[in-house]
Design a protein around this ligand. Structure first.
Ligand code: PLP
Length: 368
């Protein structure tokens, strides 16, 4: 087995050691149910409330505006299903949003799509155009998970509000690189997932601006002010509180690091067409590859790269080694979208790994 080079940080990140250490006592010693009224339960509850303050502080929200969930997908479903009325959804959203919108549509909700431009950016005009009299909620993600494009969220939220519509952003890929300020952005709801910023998998939160009333997805308990019934995953919530604070503290350093890694990778790469965006994070880059005999199937290429130790993805559901082109690329009008591969970098990626991975990509592409 070749030494692995992990370039799939947009899929998930490792749990930070310090974050893991903070969470550990809540598995074994302070294992109590935070809903229990006794003083031991209240110890666990105090930890959950500390994490709520940490999460709130990191995005400039109030603690009572943070609702803990099982991750990005649940937060997104809660936001979209929680509002009654039509939706305007960008056509580069994650499947969690697109599939949820489709389901609501099949149940009778009016769903309209907001067009993205060729550079992966949603404009104010495109958003306004997609809103009609039935629209209750507009959804545009903060950072795209396939090409890394950064959306002008503040401007888009203002455009939605001008039309009398609520605004939701999926910020799952945004925590490491963007300074999130829900007050400055003036978003109504925002979704976050722990495992994208060095907390464990299976935990996240939804920010809901004070005064907005959502219908719950789960019922059966009074947790999270009745919006999300179910016993809290205390250790994961504690971890997420620590992790979001660490991501905030490291942000400047992190952005400089991934810029350096990305430059090294792209400068070493001697093949492929890099998908450029109007504004993007250096953490995520997709590249379209062509071999001697034509364009290469992205799924087959990632499989061949995996054999050589380079772990990356097409950024979309992949079956039997054959990739479905990512919806984001189709929406952007990228040619040969089925020949794309996504490389995503993280805190632990080294310059040597970036260079070595690009050299392996060069060699593997030549073989095709
Ligand atoms: N939204 C975006 C942009 C994502 O990249 C992901 C995960 O890949 C999700 C939502 C889903 O998050 P989770 O894995 O926590 O359900």
């Amino acid at each position: 087995m070749k030494e692995a080079i992990y370039l799939d940080y947009a899929a998930t990140t490792p749990t930070d050691e310090q974050v893991f250490d903070a969470a550990k006592p809540y598995y074994t010693e302070v294992f109590y149910n935070p809903a229990s009224a006794h003083f031991l339960g209240q110890k666990a509850n105090a930890a959950v409330e500390k994490a709520r303050r940490q999460c709130a502080e990191a995005i400039n929200a109030n603690p009572d505006e943070i609702y803990f969930t099982s991750g990005g997908t649940e937060s997104i479903n809660l936001a979209l299903c929680g509002v009654s009325g039509g939706l305007a959804v960008s056509n580069i959203e994650h499947d969690a949003t697109l599939a949820c919108a489709q389901k609501l549509n099949s149940n009778g909700a009016n769903v309209r799509y907001i067009k993205v431009n060729g550079e992966g950016i949603v404009s104010r005009e495109a958003l306004t155009e997609a809103i009609d009299d039935n629209t209750a909620l507009a959804c545009v993600m903060a950072v795209n998970n396939i090409v890394g494009s950064i959306q002008p969220i503040k401007e888009l939220a203002a455009a939605a509000h001008d039309k009398g519509v609520l605004f939701f952003t999926d910020a799952v890929q945004a925590v490491n690189s963007l300074e999130i300020d829900v007050k400055d952005w003036d978003v109504d709801m925002l979704a976050v997932s722990g495992h994208k910023f060095y907390a464990p998998k299976g935990v996240g939160f939804l920010y809901v601006k004070r005064g907005i009333k959502l219908n719950p997805l789960t019922v059966g308990g009074n947790q999270e002010s009745g919006l999300r019934a179910g016993t809290h995953n205390v250790p994961a919530i504690v971890a997420m509180g620590e992790a979001i604070q660490k991501a905030k503290a490291l942000r400047t350093q992190y952005n400089a690091h991934v810029t350096q890694i990305s430059s090294e990778f792209l400068n070493t790469l001697d093949c492929g067409t890099v998908i450029r965006c109007g504004n993007k994070t250096d953490e995520i880059t997709s590249v379209v590859f062509r071999g001697k005999n034509g364009y290469i199937d992205g799924g087959r290429l990632t499989t061949a790269l995996s054999v050589e130790g380079v772990c990356c993805s097409v950024g979309s559901a992949c079956s039997a080694g054959s990739a479905t082109p990512p919806q984001t690329l189709l929406a952007m009008g990228v040619e040969h979208a089925g020949s794309s591969v996504r490389f995503s970098f993280g805190r632990n990626t080294t310059i040597e790994q970036a260079r070595c991975a690009a050299q392996i990509v060069n060699a593997v592409v030549k073989r095709f």
